[in-house]
Design a protein around this ligand. Structure first.
Ligand SMILES: [Zn+2]
Length: 498
């Protein structure tokens, strides 16, 4: 056991950046120590397991909504990326290029490490989709992608050169179907991220100048960090026919005519979400994991100091484990560590529930349940202990985590530039302002590292994206831009971001 591991977390969460760096390393989420690898990380088992559980949650929802898994190449000829002009220009500064192959020979056509999947996946769409009967065509792919970030922008998990995500792509008959798909994507994101991972977000239609390169429109999910910034943890795009035309994604309709598909894509930033779990739920003692993704959901720590107690304590521990075998439950029966050391270790790693079982508990036929989030203690008799009871307690815990996280999500309004700065500098995550959409005002905000996040949308609301845009424009009538004082065109939200 490495010495530093026994020391626990030594920096308070108040110093967010230092705390975060320590938590992700000591709790085994990612390892960034490899030399000359800035932005590329290793994931130790604890982090890789959580990442896998996050992927499982999204994949289950996607499969429920009739998406099918596929795999496509990591490196694609640059000519593919260049097929859609806006897409190519937008991603050009962020692309890693492979120029040499076998024996150091220059490749005829360099390959790019895909920054996003459109150009890798849509050639296959053109092979796999034949007639209108194949539509809607809905797939997903779980994989890493690559973006050459500015070195000083890199921040572990939240902004990296290699990142893990799930991208879901669809081909649709009509533009209305594509709009509906975008709404379905939103409901999937809300279900997993809010309800299962207890991470709050706000959903925006990104401004024209900040939409996904090649999209008709982009909707994006912003979540709050403890230091007042936000992170974009997912996006969903209506791509119209912008990709189906250059990539020849077509179908034969009922009249036997060739038609172009409408398309959507949806990115779920799973490694970013792993970072958000640490950042939002963690505390001075380490991680606090939502039960749905904890690699160990319940840790049983047997407590005994005499050999005669050991046997009966372990016997009860095994009985409890068997009774709750549908959960990820383990017994920490290592003899070379004290119970107190084990408490600290599993608290640091964020295990949601700890069961303590000592000789007295054996006598009383009970376990002591201690919740990681607030160390609340509860005695539960073995007869009452059931999967249903624990399921209910996990649900209550997840709700409590979400309520806590929401309290830390700060929103406000501003009418002028000084007010925007004052609020953002005071740690408000998102500020609502009337805005003129001029480049000059966008740049004035940018000088203060503030970005326009866009028009507010609702993941579960009945309103369509276009209705939200209409409402925002109506609400801006008669108002003045908070940056320049000229007539406002829309009500938007602004923030600092990772
Ligand atoms: Zn303005």
């Amino acid at each position: 056991m490495a010495k530093e591991k026994t020391q626990g977390i030594t920096i308070g969460k108040k110093n967010f950046s230092e705390w975060y760096e320590q938590v992700i390393l000591k709790c085994g989420l990612v390892d960034k120590r490899l030399e000359h690898s800035r932005g590329f990380y290793g994931y130790p088992p604890w982090g890789a397991k959580i990442l896998g559980e996050i992927e499982n949650l999204f994949e289950k929802e996607l499969i429920d909504k009739n998406h099918l898994p596929i795999r496509t190449p990591t490196a694609i000829p640059i000519t593919l990326l260049e097929k859609e002009k806006e897409h190519a220009t937008g991603f050009a500064p962020e692309v890693f290029l492979i120029t040499k192959g076998h024996g150091g020979k220059e490749l005829d056509i360099p390959k790019v490490l895909r920054p996003t999947g459109e150009a890798a996946i849509y050639p296959y769409f053109s092979y796999w989709i034949q007639t209108y009967k194949d539509l809607p065509f809905k797939i997903f792919e779980t994989r890493p992608s690559f973006r050459a970030e500015r070195t000083n922008a890199i921040f572990p998990l939240l902004r990296t050169a290699e990142f893990y995500w799930i991208e879901a792509h669809t081909a649709q008959l009509t533009n209305e179907d594509a709009d509906k798909q975008v709404k379905e994507d939103m409901s999937i994101f809300k279900r997993v991220v809010e309800e299962e991972l207890a991470i709050p977000f706000m959903l925006f239609k990104r401004p024209e100048w900040d939409k996904f390169a090649g999209a008709d429109y982009t909707c994006a999910y912003d979540s709050p960090l403890p230091d007042g910034k936000v992170s974009q943890i997912g996006t969903t795009h209506n791509l119209g026919m912008n990709f189906s035309k250059p990539f020849n994604v077509t179908y034969v309709d009922k009249e036997n005519k060739k038609q172009f598909c409408y398309q959507t894509s949806f990115g779920m930033g799973v490694s970013k979400i792993l970072g958000m779990i640490a950042a939002i739920h963690g505390d001075d003692f380490g991680l606090v994991l939502p039960p749905k993704v904890a690699p160990i959901q319940i840790i049983i720590v047997p407590i005994y100091y005499k050999d005669e107690d050991k046997e009966k304590v372990l016997k009860l521990a095994k009985k409890v484990k068997l009774k709750l075998k549908q959960f990820r439950i383990e017994i920490d029966s290592r003899d070379d560590y004290t119970p107190g050391w084990k408490f600290n270790e599993w608290e640091m790693k964020g295990v949601p529930f700890r069961f303590e079982i000592g000789p007295k508990d054996v006598e009383k036929n009970q376990v002591v349940l201690v919740r990681r989030i607030d160390r609340k203690k509860e005695f539960i008799s073995i007869d009452e202990l059931s999967s249903k009871l624990i399921e209910k307690k996990f649900e209550e815990l997840t709700e409590l985590m979400f309520e806590r996280a929401k309290k830390g999500f700060k929103k406000s309004k501003a009418k002028n530039f000084e007010d925007i700065l004052k609020k953002i500098n005071a740690g408000v995550h998102l500020v609502e302002i009337p805005f003129c959409n001029s480049e000059k005002c966008v740049n004035k905000l940018k000088e203060q590292t503030i970005k326009v996040r866009g028009i507010l949308l609702f993941a579960n609301g009945e309103n369509t994206v276009s209705e939200c845009v209409k409402n925002s424009r109506k609400a801006a009538e008669g108002k003045k831009c908070a940056v320049c004082g000229k007539p406002a065109k829309e009500i938007v939200w602004v923030a600092r971001q990772y």
